[in-house]
Design a protein around this ligand. Structure first.
Ligand code: PDD
Length: 282
């Protein structure tokens, strides 16, 4: 098994130096990316992730120079040639490279596709997570999966420095502080058996896993509310958890407050099992 990278049409060693110094992704974060899970050799929800990749690129006016089918082919090649059975596939479009540097992109830029496959152990037993509130300093177009992750990086770095696994992002919406999502995942709360999560809009990424979890919850008869909730609501919830393509993380602590019993809760467990069944059949 060997983790591999991809750059501009070639499968390469991840350590090979290939990025041009004037690449706009490198200089401005001017690009979009996508990531999905590889579980026992199978790529989970790939069409949905590739469709979002296209939407993200279109939202920034990046015109891909390949089809999603070709990207799928390179993803298959990375899986096959790396031998990574459990991991994460990642691809990004940079708007392209441009010299001399100019904030305004010239119209003739050729987007650059790069990516990698990395190993990620299968999570057999969810690891309890602790998180802390952090103001959501990220940009106001969080629904586009752009490379501008500085706000997320600052929040999770501050949380980690204080011994937390992640941050739970809070920002004012219509004059009220509300919870939006995690720094690299969507956030859910459970109160009296109902599942709550922030609504789609400019302040959170439309998670592919979020959508699947909402679908599974509905199938299981769990009531769902998509609406903004306050930090207090989350702190007083019976359960809180995060979702992303690589993990469902049960949050057991927010700051100094223990959530529910301090263990992954029953609604999380139910959804975790249902998601496990979905993955096994994907
Ligand atoms: N992050 N919210 C944010 C801010 C994210 O960065 C992600 C994914 C999600 C969950 O989206 P999905 O269920 O489609 O993976 C929500 C990826 C995994 C990352 O940055 O590594």
């Amino acid at each position: 098994m060997k983790e591999l990278a991809f750059y501009d049409g070639r499968i390469i060693d991840p350590k090979e130096p290939v990025i041009r110094v004037n690449d706009r992704a490198y200089q401005f974060g001017d690009g979009v990316y996508e990531a999905w899970m590889v579980d026992r050799g199978r790529q989970i929800l790939r069409p949905e992730h590739l469709a979002r990749f296209e939407r993200s690129a279109a939202a920034l006016g990046i015109v891909p120079t390949t089809t999603t089918e070709q990207i799928g082919g390179w993803a298959d090649a990375l899986v096959d040639q790396s031998g990574v059975a459990n991991g994460m596939l990642y691809f990004q479009w940079s708007r392209g490279w441009q010299f001399p540097r100019n904030h305004v992109p010239t119209p003739d830029l050729k987007p650059v596709l790069s990516g990698f496959i990395k190993v990620r152990q299968r999570i057999e037993v969810p690891r309890p997570f602790s998180v802390v509130f952090h103001s959501d300093e990220r940009q106001s177009f969080c629904h586009i999966k752009t490379l501008n992750l500085l706000g997320s990086v600052r929040a999770i770095t501050a949380a980690a420095a204080d011994g937390y696994d992640d941050a739970l992002l809070v920002r004012p919406v219509d004059g009220q502080d509300v919870v939006t999502e995690g720094t690299r995942s969507n956030a859910f709360a459970v109160k009296n058996g109902t599942l709550f999560t922030a609504p789609l809009g400019p302040y959170l990424l439309p998670g592919i896993t979020r959508a699947k979890i909402l679908e599974l919850a509905t199938d299981l008869g769990i009531p769902v509310v998509e609406g903004y909730q306050s930090p207090d609501f989350f702190a007083q919830a019976d359960e809180v958890f995060y979702t992303s393509c690589t993990a469902l993380d049960p949050v057991v602590r927010i700051g100094s407050v223990t959530i529910g019993s301090g263990k992954p809760g029953p609604v999380f467990e139910k959804l975790y099992r249902a998601y496990g069944r979905f993955i096994a059949s994907a």
